[in-house]
Write a protein that binds this ligand. Structure first.
Ligand code: AMP
Ligand code: GLY
Length: 454
């Protein structure tokens, strides 16, 4: 099969690494890709939203399948764009209507309440309904959760007075922030604001692959570390690291996830007539107290995304032993039930090296060193070999005019390592994080450490 993968981040580098190992993969192209993806296929200078150019390229290169990395093209309808074209490649990703699960928080909340999927109570409001929204806020208790309905580059969620020390005046502040959101703090994305109950607990990311025919596979569970600072402090980022498996996502928890969340989601998509062939990302929380009819320890949904997570993918892909392209073929053909998913029992930890200043402003174009060290396998497929080594997944890198690898983003490169446990995997990634260098490099040294208490 000839495959075109869309995207340019660490997620796509990890998917490219995995696809390139498939016996079924003939040619792999990545549009636009980054300096790392070119090790696994050919980068193509086409943007992920340039559907006409993608279609032309797909015809020229006899592409059989398009794998969509980020949410943007999905929300913009890339799956529908190709769905009705005779001889068009199969697209791994939901329809535009189904992508609203990520594209609109109000839509996602409506879907969950329709299908009895455990999530925070909520109401949605527009600017014209500000007074009503204030009444709803008054009926809740701090912390207050305000969410821009639309896509806001991961920034559209405000949690007011999460720290009990900030409880004073929390309601006044919440109303002020609500007004600012409705007045366009996040542009059109916050023309509607979802206000919801606060859920207290620990989060994890669950990924489900589904073929639109009611069949699904639950992929390895991961835990994301979103804050810039160690001990989960400071500003939110795109993700500073991840680990898989997650000890609290044990059999009891996962059974509840499957019964209460995964199955109703798959059935709900069908009964709502939402065409969905692709990855579903469930942002879940394991509650630390009772809420509604649910108990401490139960899973609830924070959000849906219609793609893989980044940097979750950088630990999930390395833990999938089966041929990814074979699984995706099952997704495309509606025969996922005939495929097997084999998971690597080892732990994977990824540590993201970021540019100094991130998630605020940062400089690009810093020359990187240490990338060729024998420590890194760069796509070696021999599992015995991988056991001693790390894999580098490039996120924001580029090649400069002299062919040097330079930084080209906030999140620069991910060092994923295997271990028999999290500490072993983390120690290995730490070695890699020290060897790779560029001016302003920063990374967290505590990925997965909080889980030692579980
Ligand atoms: P989202 O963009 O929906 O993933 O929200 C970003 C982050 O805000 C989540 O990962 C959670 O940490 C937090 N969050 C969102 N909704 C809630 C909620 N209802 N209760 C507690 N935390 C939340
Ligand atoms: N790491 C979280 C996300 O991809 O949205």
């Amino acid at each position: 099969m000839n495959v075109l993968l869309l995207g340019s981040g660490g997620r796509e580098c990890a998917i490219a690494w995995k696809l390139a190992q498939s016996a079924k993969c003939d040619q792999l192209y990545i549009a636009p890709g980054n300096a790392g993806t070119s090790a696994y296929g050919q980068n193509v200078a086409i943007g992920v939203n340039e559907f006409d150019k993608i279609a032309q390229f797909a015809t020229e290169k006899h592409i059989d399948m398009i794998v969509v990395g980020p949410e943007d093209p999905l929300v913009n309808g890339i799956s529908d764009f190709f769905a009705d074209r005779p001889g068009a490649p199969k697209v791994i990703g939901p329809s535009k209507a189904a992508a609203q699960l990520e594209g609109s928080k109000d839509f996602a909340k409506g879907f969950m309440s329709r299908h009895g999927i455990p999530t925070a109570r909520y109401q949605s409001f527009t600017a014209a309904e500000y007074d009503e929204a204030c009444r709803f806020l008054e009926s809740l208790q701090a912390p207050y959760v305000l969410k821009a309905d639309g896509l806001a580059a991961g920034k559209g969620v405000l949690i007011i007075a999460e720290d009990p020390a900030e409880k004073e005046d929390a309601l006044t502040r919440a109303k002020r922030e609500l007004k600012a959101m409705l007045d366009g703090m996040f542009g059109a994305a916050s023309a509607t604001v979802v206000i919801e109950e606060f859920m207290s607990g620990i989060e994890c990311s669950v990924f489900v692959l589904t073929d639109g025919e009611g069949h699904y596979k639950i992929l390895p569970v991961a835990k994301d570390y979103k804050r810039i600072g160690e001990g989960d402090t400071g500003l939110n980022t795109g993700g500073m690291g991840n680990c898989s498996p997650v000890p609290f996502a044990d059999d009891t928890f996962m059974q509840k996830v499957e019964e209460r969340i995964v199955r109703p989601t798959i059935e709900g998509l069908k009964s709502d007539g939402l065409r969905y062939k692709g990855f579903i990302f469930l942002g879940l929380i394991r509650m630390d107290r009772d809420i509604q009819q649910y108990h401490a320890g139960d899973p609830m949904v924070i959000e849906y995304n219609v793609r893989m997570g980044d940097p979750e993918t950088e630990v999930v892909m390395p833990r999938i032993k089966s041929d990814l392209l074979d699984l995706l073929e099952g997704v495309a053909d509606g025969t996922l039930n005939q495929k097997t998913l084999e998971v690597d029992p080892r732990t994977a930890v990824t540590v993201v090296l970021v540019s100094g200043g991130y998630p605020g402003s940062y400089q690009k174009g810093k020359v990187m060193s240490g990338l060729d060290n024998a420590l890194f396998t760069q796509g070696t497929v021999d599992p015995a070999h991988n056991a001693e080594h790390s894999i580098l997944f490039h996120a924001g890198t580029a090649l400069d005019a002299e062919g040097r690898t330079v930084t080209a983003g906030g999140r620069v490169i991910c060092v994923t390592s295997y271990g028999n446990d999290r500490n072993e995997a983390l120690a290995q990634s730490m070695r890699g994080a020290q060897i790779i260098d560029f001016e302003g490099k920063y990374y967290r040294r505590d990925i997965g450490k909080d889980l030692n208490n579980f």
